[in-house]
Design a protein around this ligand. Sequence first.
Ligand SMILES: NC(=O)c1ccc[n+]([C@@H]2O[C@H](COP(=O)([O-])OP(=O)(O)OC[C@H]3O[C@@H](n4cnc5c(N)ncnc54)[C@H](O)[C@@H]3O)[C@@H](O)[C@H]2O)c1
Ligand SMILES: O=C(O)C(=O)C[C@@H](O)[C@H](O)[C@H](O)COP(=O)(O)O
Ligand SMILES: [Zn+2]
Length: 347
Amino acid sequence: MNSIIFSENASVDLTAVLSGIKYSSIFILTDENTKEHCLPIVEEVFPSNSIFYSIDPGEKNKTIATCMKIWAAMTEAQLDRKALFLNIGGGVLGDMGGFCASIYKRGIRFINMPTTLLSQVDASVGGKLGVDFEGLKNHLGVFNEPETVIVASQFLKTLPEKEIRSGYAEIIKHGLIRDKQYFESLDFDHWQDSYWAPLIHHSVEIKKSVVEADPKEAGLRKILNFGHTIGHAFETYFLDGPRHLLHGEAIAVGMICEAWLSHKKLDLSMAELKQIQDAFLKVYGKIEIQESDLAPVLDFCLQDKKNEGKELMFSLLSSIGDCTYNIPVTRQEILEAIHYYQNISHT
Ligand SMILES: NC(=O)c1ccc[n+]([C@@H]2O[C@H](COP(=O)([O-])OP(=O)(O)OC[C@H]3O[C@@H](n4cnc5c(N)ncnc54)[C@H](O)[C@@H]3O)[C@@H](O)[C@H]2O)c1
Ligand SMILES: O=C(O)C(=O)C[C@@H](O)[C@H](O)[C@H](O)COP(=O)(O)O
Ligand SMILES: [Zn+2]
């Protein structure tokens, strides 16, 4: 895996990184929010012939249609294969920008400057790139590593609290799949007051160790997908409507459902199941799920990338800190897991 820099000063570290790379020109991708809040922090660094391009924010724009606009701008700017592509934004922008860079003229180098908690702890690391297609999460994409990732927690100062909370779900996931002590060190009652730098650092270490062992998800990497089969299905189902869920909010629901499946199918104890669900309910509360939501959500689970043929394959916990993968789960069991979530009493 290429280098990850934990930065206290994004502008200083970006200057140093750029001075170590030979490139013909630099293409800087932002969305309308990161253009306003993050670009000014590093703007002074760029040479005068830099190309800036900004897209509309949000998951609904993580599409091939947006990529076409980005590729058109790259072409219009006559970027050659020695050009450098810089993503300044969250996971939506990083997944999509990295994908655009990887496809353009069969691939130009790119750098990630993640600006959300979620992208700093998870999305900017590991080279999963792509876009949604027909609503299906990351349905089109490639694996390709950025040249460098510069993780600067100073960007988080302008990030809305709801977005911080979304990123926190991936931090909780890292503890659940790999490190019980980490999970138990998190303060679910006062999560807003967390000191983010050490959490970012530790989460990146966990993610990096898994990705390095299995970069293309032949096996072990599937544990990073805990909570995502059902979580992605809800995220997709609610994408366009008033019940829209952020990625972290959706996988929080998914992780409760999949913790229940872990209890039913593996050795996850009832005590640990309760510990997990209490943690998520404290931070995220509960969403309303109607009976009419179940069939379409189940159908979306059928599209999960971990499935093999018609068999739905899950990553599940045998205990907190220990996740296994390739566990077959039936449609009926998924329904029961969602019913379990619906019936949890939350005060
Ligand atoms: N590739 C991976 O390994 C991986 C891992 C986890 C999640 N993801 C993907 O990441 C995406 C979610 O990423 P996200 O939560 O970063 O969402 P995002 O990129 O949509 O960013 C969230 C919102 O915050 C705004 N924003 C970003 N930085 C800001 C800042 N510093 N100040 C103010 N506003 C700011 C953005 O404009 C956006 O409105 C999903 O598409 C998910 O599938 C990918
Ligand atoms: O890096 C991984 O591997 C992950 O699964 C991390 C997830 O948090 C992330 O949401 C990822 O984008 C999901 O990938 P997908 O293969 O299920 O689309
Ligand atoms: Zn995720």
